[in-house]
Structure formats: structure tokens, C-alpha cells
Design a protein around this ligand. Structure first.
Ligand code: 13P
Length: 342
């Protein structure tokens, strides 16, 4: 298969009606934080057994078409010796890999950060591909404050994101392009909309400059919402309307799917907001999910590091995946939260 056909086949496997992506690519410090909240030590064995459990959830492939893994997970084996990426493939879930190396303060831009990881990326991708990865993810973050994100941060982060995407496509790996405007802060939804518009505009300029094929990438953005500590919460309809308004201005129709991150929304909020967007008149792109916390939180609470809770853990993940599958059609209602997880 040539590279264009390979990229197209991966897009078609990942972009399916009623399905979205499970983000299980927490870095070592992040998964340690998640485990600490349930009193579980973050050992390699605990991470392996928890993630094996997620990937062997019966029927997960009904609602999940791709899973983002962390580098360590790509090389781990299930109890029966099956590589973890293979567990995903067995359920028709495309395995992918987070490839950025985290972030550091951006020099010359107080309060802003820049994402690292371009050095040696091409070689790393070759190895990840041999381990089964067919797509990759790179996350840029933008803090909203009175002085951030600066013009410098918006331009510098767009540039690295586009360079990453171009390298991926050259290797036959579909890039997920993730510019996350953080929810932290007391800003209004209008301020978030202004920042998202500037960020997305710059990201797509950079993608164009680097000859990234828009048909062969996925966008993973945050929704347009008020800051977490803003005085007024927004309704799902307002979030949907503001998000779509900004995305129609900035995201070309050639992008096949927008897979939102949950970014600190509760599982219920992330699902109801996605459903509200899918209730609006049809848009040029699929509107889907690529949730980490919003899919995993109930599963982590059910697991608590105890193998005896395996079935409950998988039922919690399956239930959340199913509700987000309904949100893909705009068919979610809060009453479905109470339905049994079968
Ligand atoms: P959340 O949905 O928890 O924000 O995680 C998605 C993700 O992959 C962040 O990079």
C-alpha cells in the first residue's frame, strides 16, 4: 500500500458513525496522579494490568474506533502474552501513540509553554509503527490569563504542531493535531472563543505552510467554554453554539473529524456538550470525542487497583463509551445515565 492509501485506510477505520477515540495515553506523572486519587501506587505492573483491562472490555469496539497509548503501553503484554496494541486491534480499535515529550516554559513569553519532541521524531515513529501504531498524537497547551496566550506562543506552538503532523504523514502515520486551550481560569466564554479562534487560525495556517494533507489528519481541540472558576456556567446549547461558530470560521471542511478532548469537564458534561453539538444542523466534519478523563473516571473509581473489580471496571468504561456513542448522533439524554451498563 502506498502512503496515501495507508493514511486513508487509517482515517476510514478511525472515523466511524457512533464511535470515537479513547485517550489512554497519560504520561507517567499524570497516571500517577490518577492512581493516587484511588490510592493505587503507579507501578509498571499496575499500569499494565489497568490498561489491559480497559482494552479487553467486551464490546468496546462498538463505540471506540481508536485508542491513544503511551510509549510504555505499546511495548507491554497482556497476561496471555498478547501485545497490548494487538488487544486493541482484535476489537477493531486502531492503536495510536502520544509522541510529544511534554512541555516547558516558552522563553520570552511569561506564563506560556511550548511542546517538545520533534528531535528524532522520524526514527521514533518508525519504531512505533513496527509496534503497531497507525496514528499519533501531539498536544499543545494554551493558558488563558490577562497576558496569555501571547502572539509568540500562538505562533511557536502552531509551528511545532504542523511540523509534527508533516513528519507523521511522511511516515504513513495519521496525526492527531491537539491544540488545547485550557479550561483553568475565571475567563468568560467569549474570551475563550477569541483565544480558540486565534489559536485555530494560526494552527491551520501552519498546517498549510507545512503541506499537511487535511483529509489525512484529525483535530483534537477543546470545546469553547467559560473558565472553570468563571461566575456563570454555560448551558450545553451555548457551548455547542459558540464552539461551532468558531470552528466554522477556522477549520477547513476537508478535515474529516473533530474529536474533542474532555479537558476537565465531568464525564456527564463532556457527553451532554457533544450531544448538543450533534443536535445542531449538520456540519462539514464529524463531531466526535477523544476523551481521557471523561471516559476513564468512572472506570478508575470502580477498579481501585483490585482485580476483583475487573468486571465492574469494564462495565463502567463500556457504559461511558456507549453514552458518548449516542452523543455522536445527538441522542444522549441524562436519563440514560441511570440505565444499566449492559
Ligand atoms: P482529557 O479528555 O482527559 O482532557 O484527555 C485527553 C487527552 O488526550 C489530553 O491530551
Amino acid at each position: 500500500m502506498n502512503i496515501q492509501d495507508e493514511l486513508q485506510a487509517t482515517i476510514e477505520a478511525m472515523v466511524q458513525k457512533g464511535k470515537g477515540i479513547l485517550a489512554a495515553d497519560e504520561s507517567s506523572p499524570t497516571i500517577a496522579k490518577r492512581f493516587k486519587a484511588i490510592d493505587v501506587e503507579s507501578t509498571e505492573e499496575h499500569r499494565r494490568s489497568y490498561r489491559s483491562l480497559l482494552l479487553t472490555t467486551p464490546g468496546l469496539g462498538d463505540f471506540i474506533s481508536g485508542v491513544i497509548l503511551f510509549e510504555e503501553t505499546l511495548g507491554q503484554l497482556a497476561d496471555d502474552g498478547t501485545p497490548l496494541p494487538e488487544l486493541a486491534s482484535q476489537q477493531d480499535i486502531v492503536p495510536g501513540i502520544k509522541v510529544d515529550k511534554g512541555k516547558l516554559p516558552l522563553c520570552g513569553a511569561p506564563g506560556d509553554e511550548i511542546t517538545l519532541g520533534l528531535d528524532g521524531l522520524e526514527e521514533r515513529l518508525e519504531g512505533y509503527k513496527q509496534q503497531g501504531a497507525r496514528f499519533a498524537k501531539w498536544r499543545d497547551v494554551y493558558h488563558i490569563s490577562v497576558i496569555t496566550p501571547s502572539r509568540l506562543a500562538i505562533e511557536a506552538n502552531a509551528e511545532v504542531l504542523a511540523r509534527y503532523a508533516a513528519v507523521c504523514q511522511g511516515q504513513g502515520i495519521v496525526p492527531i493535531v491537539e491544540p488545547e486551550v485550557l479550561i483553568d481560569g475565571n475567563h468568560s466564554i467569549d474570551r475563550c472563543a477569541d483565544v480558540a479562534e486565534a489559536v485555530l487560525h494560526e494552527v491551520f495556517c501552519a498546517l498549510h505552510r507545512h503541506h499537511v494533507v487535511l483529509e489525512h489528519m484529525l483535530l483534537k481541540p477543546s470545546m469553547v467554554t467559560p473558565g472553570k472558576t468563571h461566575t456563570h456556567a454555560a448551558s450545553p446549547e451555548e457551548i455547542a453554539e459558540q464552539t461551532i461558530r468558531i470552528f466554522r470560521r477556522t477549520v477547513p471542511a476537508a478535515v474529516p473529524s473533530i474529536n474533542f478532548l474532555s479537558g476537565g469537564q465531568t464525564p456527564e458534561e463532556a457527553t451532554v456538550n457533544l450531544s448538543a453539538m450533534n443536535r445542531l444542523p449538520q456540519q462539514p466534519w464529524e463531531l466526535s470525542f477523544s476523551y481521557g478523563r471523561a471516559l476513564q473516571e468512572p472506570a478508575l473509581q470502580a477498579w481501585r487497583g483490585d482485580e476483583a473489580n475487573a468486571a465492574l471496571t469494564q462495565a463502567a468504561l463500556y457504559h461511558r463509551a456507549k453514552l458518548n456513542g449516542a452523543a455522536r448522533f445527538g441522542d444522549y439524554s441524562p436519563a440514560m445515565e441511570l440505565a444499566s451498563s449492559g
